[in-house]
Design a protein around this ligand. Structure first.
Ligand SMILES: Cc1cc2nc3c(=O)[nH]c(=O)nc-3n(C[C@H](O)[C@H](O)[C@H](O)COP(=O)(O)OP(=O)(O)OC[C@H]3O[C@@H](n4cnc5c(N)ncnc54)[C@H](O)[C@@H]3O)c2cc1C
Length: 316
C-alpha cells in the first residue's frame, strides 16, 4: 500500500498536524511519500524528510502553489495520484479545503476525520458531534482520507529520507487568486497543537472582557485561547478561535473552560483533552459532567484570583 501524504506547511516548516497525520498514514501502509507543495518550500521538505516513517519526500516548487489554494493543489495531487493507493491529509481547514475536491475529481468517496485506522481499508470516525464512533469500510479503488490530527501523536524524528522534486501539471487550474492573509496572535501557541488551552464563553459579555480576563491567564500559562461558538457569534472572539463541532478539535493536556455551558457541539471539540477544568456559576452546567475539576463561581472573580495565584508569566 503506497500512501501520498499531502503536507500542511508554511514553506519554512511543517505544521504539527502533518507530523500527527504521518503517524496515522503509516498505519495504512509502510510506504509513505510526503508531498510538500509550495513556493520556496525547501525547509519544509527537509523537516518532513527527518520524520520517522517517511520513505520519500516529493518537493514541488511553483509560484502558483505559493498559497496552496485548493484548485491548483488538487490538479497537482491528481497528476500524482496514479502512483498511490491512498491520498491522505490532515482534517484541518487545509485538508478540508483540498481533499473533497480531489475526491470529487477522482469520483471516489472520501473518508473524513478519521480517529483510528483499523486496517488499510477500515477506519473509525466520530459522528453525531462525537457521540458515536462509526467504523467505515472503504472499497474505493483509491482511499481519500482526512485524519483528525489530535487523535494521533506526532511522528518522532527518524533517519533522513530522500527528497525528490516533481513538476506541476501543464494545465494547473488558476480559478482562484490569493488576495491577502491576516495571521493574528503569532506570540501565542497554535490552538490546534497547544498543550494548554483556556477558552471563554458567552459569560464574558464583551470582547474587551473576554481579552481582559483570559489573556493574562493565557500569558502566565503559555496557553492558547479558545472560544465557544456563542462567544464567537457575539463578536467576543475571532472565529478561528472557535472550539467544537464546527470549529477546531483540540486535545491539549489541560483545557480550562470559563463560562461555557458544555453544549455537545462544544464538547465535540475538546472532550478528548487530558485534564478538563470548568469554571461556571451554574452548578448544574453540563460541562461539569465531563470536567476533572470544577469550580462553581463567577469567572470575573475566579480568573483574577487564579492570575494572582499563578504569579508572573512563565515566559513561553
Ligand atoms: C450545528 C451546530 C454546530 C455548533 N457548533 C459549535 C461549535 O463548534 N462550538 C461551540 O462552542 N458551539 C457550537 N454550537 C453552539 C452550541 O450549541 C452552544 O450554543 C454554544 O456552545 C454555547 O456557548 P456558551 O457555552 O458560551 O454559551 P451558553 O450556553 O449561553 O453558556 C454560558 C454559560 O456561562 C455561564 N455563566 C454566565 N455568566 C457567568 C459568570 N459570570 N461566571 C461563570 N459562569 C457564567 C452560564 O451558567 C452558562 O453555563 C453549535 C450549534 C449547532 C446547532
Amino acid at each position: 500500500m503506497t500512501t501520498l501524504l499531502i503536507a500542511e506547511h508554511d514553506q519554512g516548516g511543517l505544521k504539527e498536524a502533518t507530523a500527527r497525520t504521518l503517524t496515522a498514514a503509516t498505519a495504512i501502509g509502510s510506504d509513505v511519500v510526503v508531498l510538500i507543495a509550495g513556493d520556496g518550500c525547501g525547509a519544509a521538505a527537509e523537516a518532513a524528510a527527518k520524520l520517522s516513517g517517511v520513505s520519500r519526500v516529493l518537493q514541488v516548487d511553483n509560484p502558483a502553489l505559493a498559497h496552496q489554494l485548493p484548485e491548483p493543489m488538487a490538479d497537482l495531487v491528481l497528476s500524482l495520484a496514479g502512483s498511490y493507493d491512498a491520498l491522505v491529509a490532515p482534517a484541518t481547514t487545509f485538508g478540508k479545503n483540498l481533499m473533497p475536491r480531489v475526491a470529487a475529481l477522482l469520483d471516489v468517496a472520501q473518508v473524513s476525520d478519521v480517529t483510528a485506522v483499523v486496517d488499510p481499508n477500515t477506519f473509525e470516525r466520530p459522528i453525531y458531534a462525537g457521540n458515536a464512533i462509526e467504523t467505515v469500510r472503504c472499497d474505493e479503488p483509491k482511499r481519500i482520507v482526512t485524519m483528525r490530527p489530535s487523535a494521533y501523536k506526532p511522528a518522532p524524528a527518524g533517519d533522513a529520507a530522500p527528497i525528490d522534486t516533481a513538476d506541476v501539471p501543464a494545465d494547473m487550474a488558476g480559478r482562484s487568486a490569493f488576495i491577502s492573509a491576516e495571521i493574528p496572535d503569532l506570540d501565542r501557541p497554535d490552538l490546534g497543537s497547544a498543550r494548554i488551552v483556556i477558552s471563554g464563553g458567552r459569560a464574558f459579555n464583551s470582547a474587551d472582557a473576554f481579552r481582559q480576563y483570559l489573556e493574562p491567564i493565557a500569558d502566565k500559562l503559555g496557553a492558547a485561547i479558545g472560544a465557544s461558538r456563542a462567544a464567537v457569534d457575539a463578536g467576543y472572539a475571532p472565529n478561528d478561535l472557535q472550539v467544537g463541532q464546527t470549529g477546531k478539535v483540540v486535545a491539549p493536556d489541560l483545557y480550562i473552560a470559563c463560562g461555557i455551558s458544555g453544549a455537545i457541539q462544544h464538547l465535540a471539540g475538546m472532550k478528548e483533552s487530558r485534564i478538563i477544568v470548568a469554571i461556571n456559576k451554574d452548578p448544574e452546567a453540563p460541562i461539569f459532567q465531563i470536567a476533572d475539576y470544577g469550580l462553581v463561581g463567577d469567572v470575573f472573580e475566579i480568573l483574577p484570583e487564579l492570575g494572582q495565584a499563578l504569579g508572573p508569566p512563565d515566559g513561553n
